[in-house]
Design a protein around this ligand. Structure first.
Ligand code: ZN
Ligand code: ZN
Length: 348
């Protein structure tokens, strides 16, 4: 398997971001990313700059809608018009065009220090046909942490990472619920705008591209390597995202490269996004690059917990299994990795 690290969901000066594609690429290369997906608001203007720059594969999608129901659209060649009120229409149009779509930052808490608490939530949970959900959005969650002057100062000046507490439980519960009906792929995004926040005369690079690209990333696992050609490699990335052969990781404190989650018995193996029959000798395995705590989630509830680098769990019932991984930092566990699920189906 080939693993590639990417940052999905970010803005450039083609919409309300501050950086040119060049500046964004510079930061991505410095952060060691293999690919980025630029998703400016309601425009595909960056499309002309798709391709390899400084060794980074630059792909261009867009983020649709204004006041609510933000939707990330990938793999389309023409812009799709927004429709705040009827996101199902957008989902269907993207699908008809052969594109991929993710519900963006579905739950936001808002902050009194940012647009007077304004949020951009997803409201249409009866929608269907979307590829997946952005279960963890860096900028949105950082902003949600700004609840008092003291908290705002701490998260802005001292420790921005403290705001990043992992995907919201409401979002994970929605996702687990949807997974009962079939595959819904989870991704993470930075939503970086590269905007310097000003605190009096001091400029703070909290929404800095480089910092963001070392935080919430989406890692893809592919049987095919990237070969350095835009069209072929774009399909490798999109294929992994559609199938759910990917995981989300907060890479700042510990790089998560090397993480693997799979199910196996004597005759068959399943990776993230795949199904496997529930046979007597079936086990789930996880491998982490550093010692960590692994929580195995079955149908939305923790069913097993283990510590170390190699983890195995004997499966005795069917269900949707995924893992959440936490690493220790100064005596506390920090959210690190969120896998996509493996479906253990009844044996026929
Ligand atoms: Zn948005
Ligand atoms: Zn955005």
């Amino acid at each position: 398997m080939y693993e590639y690290v990417g940052n999905i969901h970010l803005h450039t000066e083609y919409s309300d971001g501050s950086g040119s594609v060049d500046r964004v690429v510079e930061a991505a290369a410095r952060a060691g990313l293999d690919f980025i997906v630029i998703t400016d608001h309601n425009t595909l203007r960056a499309k002309e700059e798709e391709g390899y720059h400084k060794g980074v594969l630059v792909l261009v999608g867009m983020e649709l809608n204004y006041r609510c129901n933000h939707y990330l659209v990938l793999n389309v060649s023409e812009p799709v018009p927004s429709n705040d009120k009827d996101p199902q229409a957008i989902i269907d149009e993207v699908r008809n065009k052969g594109g991929i779509g993710f519900i963006a930052h579905p739950v936001e808490k808002g902050s009194p220090f940012y647009e007077k608490g304004l949020t951009y939530p997803w409201t249409q949970w009866d929608a269907n046909g979307f590829t997946g959900i952005e279960i963890w959005n860096r900028l949105s969650q950082w902003r949600d942490g700004l609840q008092s002057v003291g908290k705002a100062a701490y998260l802005t000046v001292v420790n921005p990472h403290a705001a990043l507490v992992g995907p919201y439980q409401e979002v994970l519960s929605r996702w687990d619920e949807l997974l009962r009906q079939g595959m819904v792929v989870a991704i993470g995004g930075s939503d970086c705008h590269g905007v310097n926040l000003k605190l009096g005369p001091v400029k703070l690079g909290i929404d800095d591209y480089y910092l963001a690209f070392r935080s919430v990333n989406t890692h893809i696992l592919s049987h095919r390597p990237l070969v350095g050609k835009l069209e072929t490699d774009a399909m490798v990335v999109y294929d992994c995202l559609v199938k759910g052969s990917c995981f989300i990781a907060y890479d700042f404190f510990l790089p998560s490269r090397g993480f693997l989650f799979w199910a196996q018995d004597r005759h068959q193996t399943a990776l993230m996004g795949q199904s496997i029959a529930c046979k007597p000798e079936l086990s789930l395995y996880a491998r982490t690059a550093f010692p960590a705590r692994v929580d195995v989630i079955r149908d939305g509830a923790v069913c097993w917990r283990s510590y170390g680098r190699y983890h195995s769990f004997k499966v005795d019932m069917s269900g949707v299994y995924r893992v959440e991984v936490w690493h220790e930092l100064r005596g506390r566990f920090r959210p690190w990795i969120y896998s996509n699920p493996i479906f253990v189906v009844p044996q026929d």
